[in-house]
Design a protein around this ligand. Sequence first.
Ligand code: VG1
Ligand code: CO
Length: 544
Amino acid sequence: MSVTRIETRPYDGQKPGTSGLRKRVAEFQQPHYLENFVQSIFNAIGGDQRQSLVLGGDGRYFNREALQRILCMAAANGFSHAIVGRGGLLSTPAASCLIRKHSATGGIILSASHNPGGPEADFGIKFNGSNGGPATETVTARIHECTRHIDHYLTLDARNIDIDHDGSQMLGNMVVEVIDPVSDYADLMASIFDFPAIAKVLGNGRFHVCFDAMHAITGPYATEILERRLGAPAGTVINGEPLEDFGGAHPDPNLAHARELVARMNGDNPPDFGAASDGDGDRNMVLGKGFYINPCDSLAVLAANAHLIPGYNGRLAGVARSMPTSRAVDRVAAAKGFDCHETPTGWKFFGNLMDAGLITLCGEESFGTGSSHVREKDGLWAVLYWLNIIAERKQPAHAIVREHWRQYGRDFFTRHDYENVDATAADALMHDLRESLPGLVGQSFSGHTVSAADDFRYVDPVDGSVSEGQGIRVFFEDDARIVYRLSGTGTAGATLRVYCDSFQLDPSLLEVDTQRALGSVLQAADDIAGIVSRTGRTSPDVIT
Ligand code: VG1
Ligand code: CO
């Protein structure tokens, strides 16, 4: 099999966003589009670095075809080894686990995460480095630069490789090893959590769990771990079969999209604990009986209870949260005496902190939580963490959260998303907001007086790299806060995200409805930015 050199020309817009390159499937299907981006990844990491590659995806439409093409390119580009999840499947955290376990050069994950799938929907490619984490900003900038100058790529003219059976095959000079996508990851989970203690709870016939895999990648993982290894009854996992279009739904684990789970949790005889994950298995939503657990609170509860989890040996090196995430975890860190870092949105910023041993746990408001066991957020891990806490404390989830609020106070948090907004209007809104920052301090909006306002700038404490323009923060004298930023994962128009939070210590006000508790802060958000008048939207598309 000889290596073929194919001439190509750059495509505009192959700039990786918050988490890889995400576009409509049709865009990826343009001649050489996928190949340009993949060759740019290989060019960016350099020839001497091309040894072994982990490959898999969330099973969405175009996954299998893209994987075959990438295998040929990897072989032509001198990789000696490719590790592929059977069926072309790997969840994002499982891919991270495998990269680390096999000391691979890196991995390519085919996923557009929580974006819908199917011929008319979205596809994506993410590159992770040898630590198992998303490529850093320095690497993604290099990849983007390569996409702007690419003039050829290398591939093999080969027939399709069998990716549906375990075992090794040769593709040119590269060994392709097809492996079970679940077992290494499941073993890792068993090494962190007290499986016998969780199994006791799940198998006692009284505690019922419902896990909604949303027809995405976590189906096989959750079935193996919850039902087979931990003995939960069959049917604990719903929508467990991965489908190319996720059954036509939006595989985003929140109250708006995880409809079947939410209906069951609110129906007759609800389960005691509910959870859902997203397209590629890195997000999680957890629910108690009749009780929604905000991801910011979830992170804080996990941090406060880390001593109950065998894998963390009773101590956390530190924690981190993305900037828009509420400060609930900061309060735990302060009380327990460990550091808390604040990073820009996106998992790529946590990797350096973990590699340097500065943090153990981290999370984002967008239903992402994780730890240093891998270098990605991890949906099923978070669910197991909760179940382990429940098993140890012998309390239901809602009681654990309420006790947490009484001890630390409650950070009310909400995010309002305005999707598919006219991009020019969204850019103008952000631009004008940025211009107005110096004059905001001292002004009052809907009863809240601004104490500070800035455009978040992050200096990585490990390598000193600087990321500017990461979101506009407005702080108020009463400790409330508003954050505005534009999404970096969308594929149509612009998505404006408005994040509001406020702190409450008064025990009699801890149970107020979140939207009511934040009503005046939300009003201030509109007063300051003119959201309604500029976007023409009177209400957000999604509230979390
Ligand atoms: C969103 C979330 C962010 C998350 C990212 C990737 O990004 O806000 O917190 O890290 O998605 O998650 P943005 O730029 O659209 O706000 V995933 O599960 O889609 O890989
Ligand atoms: Co995801």
